[in-house]
Design a protein around this ligand. Structure first.
Ligand code: EPZ
Length: 420
C-alpha cells in the first residue's frame, strides 16, 4: 500500500494549475450517452472516479478512446441497458448515467449506491423525480428498474430538506431530453458544474433555458450531435490549495479555475483574515500571518461549499480563537476530525457541528484517510505539523485529486509518496 510522508514546516510559494473538475467531468461523460455522435471531452482529470465511469460507459456499449491523458473521445452509437452492479456502486457519479439511459433507451436498470463515510447517499429524490416525470420505478433487492411510460409530467419540483440535489438535477435534465415538449425542473441545483454541463448539452443540440438557475426548462426529443468540450477547472481543488497556502502562511497563485466558482467560500476565508483576490484566470492567496476564529455553515452553491469543509476546518485549527463549522449537507462529514485530534487539534463534534478551539500546534503522526476530502485535509495538516505525518489509505485521495503530491512539491512542500 502507498503512503504519503509529509515533513511539516515549509511555506508554500509559486503558481499551481488545477486540473479539470472531477464532478463536472462525471456529469459530462454521462451526458455523452445522450447522442450517437462522437464527443471529445478535454481537461478531464486522471482520477479513479473518472476511470470507473468510463468503464461503465464501455459496459453499455460506448467506445472510449484516450486522445491524451486528459482528453477523451467517446462514441455511444449503440448502447444497451447492462450496467454492472459492482462498478456502478463504486462512485456516486455513476448515478447520472441513469437519466441519460432513460432519454436514449427509455429504460435503465441501476443499483442502490453504496454509502460512504460522509454519510448516507440516498437517491430518493432521483427516484421520486423520475416518477414525477412519468417513469415507472420498481425495486427488487438492490436493483432498481426504471421504465418509460406515455404520460409524462411537464413540471416537477426537486428540492430536499437540505436544498437541491446536484446529481438529481443532472438526472432530471437528462431524462427530460427524452420527453417530447418542454419539461420544467424547479428547485434545481445551481452549482457551477451544472452550468458547465448545460453548456455541453447546448453544444450537442439540447434546447434548454435557465441553466445554472433554480428553474431549468428542457425541450426534449431534439436531434443531437457530437461536439468538443473543455471541462471547467476544479473549484474544490482550487479551494484545497487556498487552504494549503493559508495553513503554511505562504503565498500562491492558482490558475485554471474560472472566477467566482467558489461562491462565498472565499468571502468567508477573507472574513477570517485571509487576503484572497480573484482575477479572470487567477486566484491570488497573499501571505496571512494570522487567521481569526469564525463560524460557518455549509450550504448549496453559492454558499460555503461542503466539499472544502474538511480543508477549511483543518486550516482553522491554526487560527487565533475558536471556530464553529456546521455541516448541513452531510451532517456526518467529520471523518477527518479523529485523525486531526491525534495530531493535537482538540476538536469537539456535537451532532452536525464541530468546535475548533484554534491555536493548536499539530504534531506529525500516522493518520488514516476516510474519504476523498478528508484525505486532502490530512495532507494540509501534515504541511504545518511538527515532524513527519504519514497519511495512509490514499485510494480515497486518488478518487478526486490528479497528481496532488507533485503539485504540492512544486509549491515547496516536503512530501513524498512511497510504498509502505
Ligand atoms: C454532488 O453529490 C457531488 N458529487 C458531491 O461531491 C457534493 O458534495 C454534493 O454534490 C453537494 O455539492 C458529484 O457531483 C459526483 P446531492 P450529490 O445529491 O449530487 C441529499 C466530492 O467530494 N439528498 O446534492 O450526490 C443528500 O443526502 C463529492 O466531490 C437526498 O436526501 O449530492 C445531501 O444531504 C462528495 N436525497 C444533499 O441532498 C437524494 O436523492 C445534497 O446531496 C439526493 C440527495
Amino acid at each position: 500500500m502507498e503512503i504519503a510522508k509529509i515533513h511539516g514546516g515549509n511555506s508554500l510559494h509559486g503558481t499551481v494549475h488545477v486540473s479539470g473538475s472531477k464532478n463536472s467531468s462525471l456529469a459530462i461523460l454521462a451526458a455523452t450517452l445522450l447522442t450517437s455522435e462522437p464527443c471529445i471531452i478535454d481537461n478531464v482529470p486522471d482520477v479513479s472516479d473518472i476511470c470507473v465511469v468510463l468503464q461503465l460507459l464501455q459496459s453499455v456499449g460506448a467506445c472510449v478512446e484516450y486522445v491524451t491523458r486528459n482528453k477523451i473521445k467517446i462514441c455511444a452509437k449503440h448502447i444497451n441497458n447492462s450496467l454492472p452492479e459492482d462498478l456502478f456502486i463504486k462512485t456516486r457519479g455513476a448515478i447520472s448515467i441513469a437519466g441519460a439511459m432513460l432519454a436514449r433507451l427509455g429504460e435503465a436498470d441501476i443499483f442502490m449506491p453504496g454509502g460512504c463515510s460522509i454519510g448516507s447517499r440516498p437517491i430518493d429524490l432521483h427516484l421520486a423525480g423520475f416518477q414525477k416525470l412519468g417513469f415507472n420505478v420498481s425495486q427488487k433487492n438492490n436493483k432498481i428498474s426504471i421504465t418509460s411510460s406515455k404520460n409524462h409530467n411537464k413540471n416537477i419540483f426537486l428540492g430536499s430538506k437540505s436544498g437541491s440535489t446536484v446529481t438529481g438535477t443532472i438526472n432530471m435534465i437528462f431524462a427530460s431530453c427524452g420527453i417530447p415538449g418542454n419539461t420544467t425542473i424547479d428547485g434545481a441545483a445551481c452549482e457551477p458544474e451544472i452550468l458547465d454541463l448545460c453548456n455541453f448539452l447546448e453544444k450537442i443540440g439540447v434546447i434548454l433555458h435557465g441553466a445554472g438557475t433554480p428553474t431549468v426548462t428542457v425541450s426534449g426529443m431534439q436531434t443531437l450531435n457530437g461536439c468538443e468540450h473543455k471541462v471547467i477547472g476544479d473549484r474544490i481543488e482550487a479551494g484545497t490549495f487556498i487552504c494549503a497556502s493559508l495553513i503554511t502562511k505562504g503565498e500562491i497563485k492558482i490558475t485554471g479555475c474560472e472566477q467566482n466558482m467558489l461562491g462565498s467560500t472565499i468571502n468567508f476565508l477573507n472574513n477570517a483574515g485571509a487576503n484572497i483576490t480573484e482575477s479572470k484566470d487567477c486566484i491570488h492567496v497573499e501571505t496571512c500571518k494570522q487567521l481569526n476564529g469564525v463560524e460557518a455553515i455549509t450550504l448549496p452553491y453559492p454558499g460555503f461549499a461542503t466539499d472544502v469543509q474538511a480543508q477549511v476546518l483543518t486550516t482553522l485549527t491554526q487560527a487565533h480563537g475558536q471556530s464553529e463549522i456546521t455541516e448541513i449537507i452531510y451532517p456526518k462529514r467529520f471523518g477527518h476530525v479523529s485523525e486531526l485530534n491525534k495530531m493535537g487539534a482538540n476538536i469537539q463534534v456535537h451532532g452536525a457541528t464541530a468546535l475548533i478551539p484554534g491555536n493548536t500546534p499539530l504534531t506529525g503522526t500516522d493518520v488514516f484517510a476516510s474519504d476523498l476530502r478528508a484525505s486532502a485535509s490530512l495532507y494540509l495538516a501534515g504541511l504545518v505539523a511538527r515532524g513527519t505525518t504519514i497519511v495512509h489509505e490514499l485510494q480515497h485521495l486518488d478518487r478526486g485529486y490528479d497528481r496532488f503530491e507533485q503539485k504540492l512539491k512544486l509549491l515547496g512542500a516536503d512530501i513524498e509518496r512511497t510504498n509502505q
